[in-house]
Design a protein. Structure first.
Length: 144
């Protein structure tokens, strides 16, 4: 993969991750986060405090996007991009979101339904982001 292809795919993945993160966690699940009891709410920053740390969130999204683009390129077998994209999105979801949320649930008193909603939304967002990467990679030569 050329540096230009990597950069284009990284930008697309970075934008997708940001958009899906805002839709899911900033909009769809916002009420769930706001309804946490006082004991649970201290795990979350206030909106003003969170804004001061937004650069860390963007760095996390940038790293995730780069990792996804790189891993997909290394595992691209040249088969149907739709099937590969779905499988890849599920794999990334399992080793990132499911892993992280189950650990959070084990060590912090997060409501089980909120954890389920977060994992569900992240499944959708990871698969859609992976499909975008796969579509952009669909003309690449087989690497296996």
């Amino acid at each position: 993969m050329t540096a230009i292809k990597f950069l284009v795919r990284w930008v697309v993945a970075f934008v997708a991750i940001n958009v899906f993160g805002f839709i899911g966690h900033g909009w769809l699940l916002k009420g769930d986060y706001l309804s946490l009891s006082h004991d649970q709410a201290h795990f979350l920053r206030t909106e003003a405090d969170g804004n001061a740390y937004m650069s860390w969130m963007l760095l996390a999204f940038a790293v995730l996007a780069a990792g996804m683009v790189w891993m997909y390129a290394k595992g691209n077998t040249g088969q149907s991009w739709i099937g590969q994209g779905i499988r890849f999105g599920i794999a990334v979801w399992l080793v990132s979101a499911v892993y992280s949320y189950l650990i959070y649930f084990a060590v912090q008193p997060w409501p089980p339904m909120l954890i389920a909603k977060e994992m569900g939304w992240d499944l959708v967002s990871f698969v859609l982001t992976a499909l975008a990467i796969a579509a952009l990679s669909s003309k690449d030569k087989k690497t296996a």
